[in-house]
Write a protein that binds this ligand. Structure first.
Ligand code: ZN
Length: 236
Protein backbone atom coordinates (compact mmCIF):
# COMPACT_ATOMS: atom_id res chain seq x y z
CA UNK A 1 0.00 0.00 0.00
CA UNK A 2 2.76 2.38 0.96
CA UNK A 3 4.51 1.68 -2.34
CA UNK A 4 1.26 2.44 -4.17
CA UNK A 5 0.73 5.72 -2.30
CA UNK A 6 4.32 6.64 -2.94
CA UNK A 7 3.78 6.25 -6.68
CA UNK A 8 0.49 8.17 -6.66
CA UNK A 9 2.28 10.90 -4.70
CA UNK A 10 5.07 11.24 -7.22
CA UNK A 11 2.58 11.17 -10.15
CA UNK A 12 0.55 13.97 -8.54
CA UNK A 13 3.70 15.94 -7.92
CA UNK A 14 4.63 15.62 -11.59
CA UNK A 15 1.21 16.96 -12.60
CA UNK A 16 1.48 20.17 -10.61
CA UNK A 17 5.21 20.88 -10.92
CA UNK A 18 7.16 21.24 -14.15
CA UNK A 19 9.23 18.10 -14.70
CA UNK A 20 12.94 18.56 -14.21
CA UNK A 21 15.73 16.34 -15.48
CA UNK A 22 16.69 14.21 -12.43
CA UNK A 23 20.33 14.42 -13.48
CA UNK A 24 20.90 18.14 -14.20
CA UNK A 25 17.65 19.81 -12.98
CA UNK A 26 16.98 21.44 -16.38
CA UNK A 27 13.23 21.74 -17.16
CA UNK A 28 12.19 18.98 -19.54
CA UNK A 29 10.63 19.89 -22.88
CA UNK A 30 7.40 18.08 -23.84
CA UNK A 31 9.46 15.85 -26.17
CA UNK A 32 11.88 14.81 -23.42
CA UNK A 33 10.75 11.92 -21.27
CA UNK A 34 12.27 11.13 -17.86
CA UNK A 35 15.58 12.92 -18.48
CA UNK A 36 16.95 15.57 -20.83
CA UNK A 37 18.52 14.99 -24.23
CA UNK A 38 21.81 16.64 -23.18
CA UNK A 39 22.22 14.15 -20.32
CA UNK A 40 21.05 11.29 -22.54
CA UNK A 41 23.71 12.06 -25.14
CA UNK A 42 26.46 12.33 -22.51
CA UNK A 43 25.85 8.84 -21.06
CA UNK A 44 28.94 6.72 -21.64
CA UNK A 45 28.20 3.29 -23.10
CA UNK A 46 29.30 0.29 -21.03
CA UNK A 47 31.81 -2.20 -22.48
CA UNK A 48 30.32 -5.06 -24.55
CA UNK A 49 28.81 -7.95 -22.54
CA UNK A 50 31.67 -10.32 -23.41
CA UNK A 51 34.18 -7.84 -21.91
CA UNK A 52 32.08 -7.23 -18.78
CA UNK A 53 31.67 -10.98 -18.42
CA UNK A 54 35.39 -11.72 -18.63
CA UNK A 55 36.08 -8.97 -16.08
CA UNK A 56 33.43 -10.37 -13.69
CA UNK A 57 34.62 -13.96 -14.28
CA UNK A 58 38.10 -12.86 -13.17
CA UNK A 59 36.66 -12.16 -9.69
CA UNK A 60 35.53 -15.78 -9.17
CA UNK A 61 38.12 -18.50 -8.74
CA UNK A 62 37.53 -22.11 -9.84
CA UNK A 63 33.89 -23.06 -10.28
CA UNK A 64 32.38 -20.24 -8.17
CA UNK A 65 30.99 -18.35 -11.16
CA UNK A 66 27.26 -19.06 -11.46
CA UNK A 67 26.46 -16.42 -14.09
CA UNK A 68 26.38 -17.24 -17.77
CA UNK A 69 26.54 -13.67 -19.11
CA UNK A 70 26.52 -10.08 -17.81
CA UNK A 71 25.43 -7.03 -19.79
CA UNK A 72 25.12 -3.34 -18.92
CA UNK A 73 24.03 -0.21 -20.74
CA UNK A 74 26.20 2.56 -19.33
CA UNK A 75 29.55 3.03 -17.68
CA UNK A 76 29.12 4.17 -14.06
CA UNK A 77 31.44 7.04 -13.18
CA UNK A 78 31.31 9.12 -9.98
CA UNK A 79 29.43 12.40 -10.48
CA UNK A 80 28.34 11.44 -14.00
CA UNK A 81 24.79 11.78 -15.39
CA UNK A 82 24.24 8.04 -14.98
CA UNK A 83 25.32 8.20 -11.33
CA UNK A 84 22.83 11.04 -10.75
CA UNK A 85 20.03 9.19 -12.56
CA UNK A 86 20.57 6.08 -10.47
CA UNK A 87 20.71 8.20 -7.32
CA UNK A 88 17.34 9.74 -8.29
CA UNK A 89 15.92 6.28 -8.89
CA UNK A 90 17.12 4.98 -5.51
CA UNK A 91 16.58 7.92 -3.22
CA UNK A 92 14.19 10.42 -4.86
CA UNK A 93 11.21 8.24 -5.69
CA UNK A 94 11.82 8.16 -9.45
CA UNK A 95 10.26 4.69 -9.89
CA UNK A 96 9.13 5.34 -13.46
CA UNK A 97 12.64 6.42 -14.41
CA UNK A 98 13.73 2.91 -13.38
CA UNK A 99 11.04 1.32 -15.56
CA UNK A 100 12.24 3.47 -18.47
CA UNK A 101 15.88 2.48 -17.90
CA UNK A 102 14.74 -1.17 -17.84
CA UNK A 103 13.10 -0.69 -21.26
CA UNK A 104 16.29 0.88 -22.62
CA UNK A 105 18.30 -2.00 -21.18
CA UNK A 106 16.05 -4.51 -23.00
CA UNK A 107 16.62 -2.63 -26.26
CA UNK A 108 20.39 -2.66 -25.70
CA UNK A 109 20.51 -6.39 -24.90
CA UNK A 110 18.43 -7.33 -27.95
CA UNK A 111 21.58 -6.88 -30.04
CA UNK A 112 23.39 -9.71 -28.23
CA UNK A 113 22.55 -13.35 -28.92
CA UNK A 114 23.87 -14.36 -25.50
CA UNK A 115 20.72 -12.75 -24.05
CA UNK A 116 18.22 -14.57 -26.31
CA UNK A 117 15.58 -16.96 -24.98
CA UNK A 118 14.97 -15.39 -21.56
CA UNK A 119 11.95 -16.91 -19.71
CA UNK A 120 11.88 -14.82 -16.55
CA UNK A 121 13.28 -11.54 -15.16
CA UNK A 122 14.16 -11.54 -11.45
CA UNK A 123 15.18 -8.36 -9.57
CA UNK A 124 17.98 -8.47 -7.01
CA UNK A 125 15.94 -8.10 -3.79
CA UNK A 126 16.34 -5.44 -1.14
CA UNK A 127 15.99 -6.34 2.51
CA UNK A 128 12.32 -5.84 3.53
CA UNK A 129 13.19 -3.06 5.98
CA UNK A 130 15.16 -1.19 3.32
CA UNK A 131 12.34 -1.59 0.80
CA UNK A 132 9.79 -0.25 3.30
CA UNK A 133 12.00 2.73 4.01
CA UNK A 134 12.53 3.50 0.31
CA UNK A 135 8.95 2.68 -0.76
CA UNK A 136 10.06 0.27 -3.50
CA UNK A 137 12.97 -1.78 -4.77
CA UNK A 138 14.79 0.10 -7.55
CA UNK A 139 15.90 -3.19 -9.15
CA UNK A 140 12.23 -4.16 -9.43
CA UNK A 141 11.44 -0.94 -11.30
CA UNK A 142 14.19 -1.79 -13.81
CA UNK A 143 13.04 -5.43 -13.96
CA UNK A 144 9.46 -4.32 -14.78
CA UNK A 145 10.71 -2.25 -17.71
CA UNK A 146 12.97 -5.08 -18.88
CA UNK A 147 10.30 -7.79 -18.73
CA UNK A 148 7.67 -5.48 -20.26
CA UNK A 149 9.88 -4.89 -23.30
CA UNK A 150 10.54 -8.61 -23.90
CA UNK A 151 7.76 -10.66 -25.50
CA UNK A 152 6.21 -13.31 -23.21
CA UNK A 153 8.61 -12.59 -20.34
CA UNK A 154 7.34 -11.99 -16.81
CA UNK A 155 8.96 -10.41 -13.79
CA UNK A 156 8.90 -12.56 -10.65
CA UNK A 157 10.17 -11.93 -7.13
CA UNK A 158 11.97 -15.26 -7.01
CA UNK A 159 14.53 -14.16 -4.38
CA UNK A 160 14.46 -12.52 -0.95
CA UNK A 161 17.29 -10.97 1.04
CA UNK A 162 17.90 -12.35 4.53
CA UNK A 163 19.55 -9.55 6.47
CA UNK A 164 21.50 -6.33 6.19
CA UNK A 165 25.20 -6.71 5.55
CA UNK A 166 28.04 -4.28 5.79
CA UNK A 167 28.17 -2.09 2.69
CA UNK A 168 29.92 -3.68 -0.27
CA UNK A 169 31.33 -0.39 -1.50
CA UNK A 170 34.57 -0.41 0.49
CA UNK A 171 35.36 -4.12 0.06
CA UNK A 172 37.62 -5.85 -2.47
CA UNK A 173 36.43 -8.71 -4.67
CA UNK A 174 37.26 -11.57 -2.24
CA UNK A 175 35.70 -9.81 0.75
CA UNK A 176 32.60 -9.03 -1.32
CA UNK A 177 32.09 -12.72 -2.10
CA UNK A 178 32.37 -13.64 1.58
CA UNK A 179 30.00 -10.81 2.53
CA UNK A 180 27.14 -12.09 0.37
CA UNK A 181 27.36 -15.87 0.89
CA UNK A 182 23.89 -17.09 1.87
CA UNK A 183 22.52 -13.56 1.80
CA UNK A 184 19.73 -14.56 -0.59
CA UNK A 185 17.07 -17.25 -0.46
CA UNK A 186 14.58 -18.53 -3.02
CA UNK A 187 10.96 -17.52 -2.38
CA UNK A 188 9.31 -20.59 -3.92
CA UNK A 189 8.61 -19.11 -7.37
CA UNK A 190 9.03 -21.97 -9.84
CA UNK A 191 12.23 -21.37 -11.82
CA UNK A 192 12.87 -25.02 -12.76
CA UNK A 193 14.29 -25.36 -16.23
CA UNK A 194 13.94 -21.60 -16.84
CA UNK A 195 16.49 -19.25 -18.34
CA UNK A 196 16.52 -16.40 -15.82
CA UNK A 197 17.70 -12.82 -16.29
CA UNK A 198 18.71 -11.20 -13.00
CA UNK A 199 18.46 -7.45 -12.86
CA UNK A 200 19.99 -4.68 -10.76
CA UNK A 201 20.93 -1.01 -11.03
CA UNK A 202 24.75 -1.28 -10.91
CA UNK A 203 27.23 -4.15 -11.25
CA UNK A 204 30.63 -3.65 -9.61
CA UNK A 205 32.48 -6.95 -9.04
CA UNK A 206 29.39 -9.11 -9.72
CA UNK A 207 29.45 -10.60 -6.18
CA UNK A 208 25.80 -9.79 -5.41
CA UNK A 209 24.58 -10.96 -8.82
CA UNK A 210 26.59 -14.17 -8.55
CA UNK A 211 25.25 -14.93 -5.05
CA UNK A 212 21.70 -14.49 -6.43
CA UNK A 213 22.51 -16.70 -9.42
CA UNK A 214 23.81 -19.47 -7.12
CA UNK A 215 20.48 -19.59 -5.27
CA UNK A 216 18.47 -19.71 -8.50
CA UNK A 217 20.61 -22.60 -9.79
CA UNK A 218 20.14 -24.44 -6.47
CA UNK A 219 16.35 -24.33 -6.96
CA UNK A 220 16.56 -25.58 -10.53
CA UNK A 221 17.05 -22.65 -12.92
CA UNK A 222 18.56 -23.89 -16.21
CA UNK A 223 20.79 -20.83 -16.59
CA UNK A 224 21.16 -17.39 -15.02
CA UNK A 225 22.29 -14.21 -16.77
CA UNK A 226 22.49 -10.68 -15.39
CA UNK A 227 21.70 -7.23 -16.72
CA UNK A 228 22.34 -3.92 -15.02
CA UNK A 229 21.77 -0.32 -16.06
CA UNK A 230 25.39 0.53 -15.29
CA UNK A 231 28.78 -1.13 -14.89
CA UNK A 232 31.09 0.32 -12.26
CA UNK A 233 34.78 -0.34 -11.82
CA UNK A 234 35.80 -1.17 -15.39
CA UNK A 235 39.14 0.54 -16.06
CA UNK A 236 39.15 2.86 -19.08
ZN1 ZN B 1 19.75 16.57 -17.81
Amino acid sequence: MKRYLHRIGSDLFNLIAPSLCPSCDAPLTPAERFYCDACRSSLEPAPFPRDIFSEVAGNFPGDELALEAVGSLYRFDPDSPVQRLIHALKYHGCYRLGVEMGRELATGLRMFRAFAGIDLVVPVPLHRARERERGYNQAEAIARGLAGAMPNVRMERALARRRHTISQTTLGAGARRANVINLFRATGVDVKGRRVLLCDDVCTTGATLNACAEQLLVVGAASVLAATVAKDGTPL
